[in-house]
Design a protein around this ligand. Structure first.
Ligand code: COA
Length: 330
């Protein structure tokens, strides 16, 4: 029994203005709007402007989350930013946020990389600090500018990815029955190369050759990742429901990582979840990795699809390979 609950007190999100539509992509690579919509469910994605970065999107998302939670930046005592596209390898985006938001000097701030599972990993980690009494108010963010590591000559990947950020403010509650009630964080490094960026890290530092070969962009074995994601998503959601003794009709909403509408549809159909209990916004944003569940959570709450007292399941699946599921009482 933990002494506290960690309530999701508010959420926010921010996406760049610029839209990259399927029609735009038809001009860049050999693809069609019909193929992309049928195979992925994506119609457009947002692309960061030259002056924007993961941190600028994260700052706005965090400010909106603070506003909706009615919490001041000065009250935050921990920041966790999930991202695979930080502004720079160092400092962390979390430190950039600490300063930009006007948080107190000395609070804990760190980035976390669990690819598309990142926001759920961050939310579970932040909740753990609150539940054990170590922190009172935690800002968790998922923020990406995947357009900066996407090869726009590769039709198998460039149709999928987009930019954006989402944030949540977690606050201490005396009610232990609120917030994350069960979670599963997982990994399988044997699949590491199924989704990776070959160069730009310590294994293959950036050189003229690596940049010329576009080795700082995402490479993906789509079919393998697809199979893994469908199986993992349905099994994880089922385990999440079992752990809290919930039937599909007791779940107000499942908020899955927006990787492919077909992945979400097959995984949720397998466990008898109807489409009105699943949140999908992939048509507007594509796959925004760590930002995906964060943006979806914010949009679902603002649209009234879920609210205080409801059971939701959030689930991220992605590179690493990683997965993360949390059963949450809002
Ligand atoms: N437009 C038109 N044709 C395309 C295309 C595109 N953008 N991309 C690939 N194709 C072609 C392939 O070349 C292939 O042609 P072939 O049969 O002549 O070889 C054909 O379409 C089928 O390719 P395949 O890779 O089997 O398609 P798919 O149905 O698996 O869809 C993905 C491809 C990428 C959409 C799908 O595999 C996917 O979503 N994977 C998971 C992605 C993911 O979740 N990634 C992030 C991890 S969270």
């Amino acid at each position: 029994m933990t002494p506290y609950g960690a309530s999701i007190a508010g959420t926010g999100s921010c996406v760049p203005e610029r839209r990259l539509t399927n029609a735009d992509l038809e001009k860049l690579v050999d693809t069609t709007d019909e193929w992309i919509v049928q195979r992925t469910g994506i119609r457009e994605r947002r692309i960061a402007a030259p002056g924007e970065s993961s941190s600028t999107l994260a700052i706005v998302a965090a400010q909106r989350a603070l506003e909706s939670a009615k919490v001041k930046a000065a009250d935050i005592d921990m920041i966790i930013v999930a991202t695979v596209t930080p502004d720079m390898p160092t400092p962390s985006n979390a430190c950039l946020l600490q300063h930009a938001l006007g948080c107190r000097r000395g609070i804990a701030a760190m980035d976390l990389n669990a690819a598309c599972s990142g926001f759920v990993y961050a939310l579970v980690t932040g909740s753990a600090f609150i539940k054990t009494g170590t922190a009172r108010t935690v800002l968790v963010v998922g923020a990406e500018t995947l357009s900066r590591i996407t090869d726009y000559t590769d039709r198998s990947t460039c149709i999928l990815f987009g930019d954006g950020a989402g944030a949540a403010i977690l606050t201490r509650s005396a009610d232990t029955g609120i917030g994350v009630q069960h979670f599963e964080l997982g990994s399988d490094g044997s699949g590491a190369m199924l989704l990776h960026v070959p160069a730009g890290g310590s294994r293959a530092p950036a050189t003229a050759d690596t940049v010329g070969g576009k080795m700082h962009t995402l490479r993906m074995s789509g079919r393998e990742v697809f199979k893994f994601a469908v199986a993992q998503m349905s099994e994880s959601i089922q385990r999440a429901m079992n752990a809290c003794n919930l039937t599909p009709d007791q779940i107000k909403l499942v908020i899955p990582h927006q990787s492919n509408a077909r992945i979400i549809d097959s995984a949720t159909a397998k466990i008898g979840l109807t489409s009105d209990r699943t949140f999908i916004n992939i048509d507007k944003y594509g796959n925004t990795s760590a930002a995906s569940v964060a943006i979806a959570l914010d949009e679902a709450i603002r649209a009234g699809r879920c609210g205080r007292g409801d059971w939701i399941v959030i689930i991220g699946i992605g590179g690493g390979l990683t997965w993360a599921t949390a059963t949450v009482k809002l």
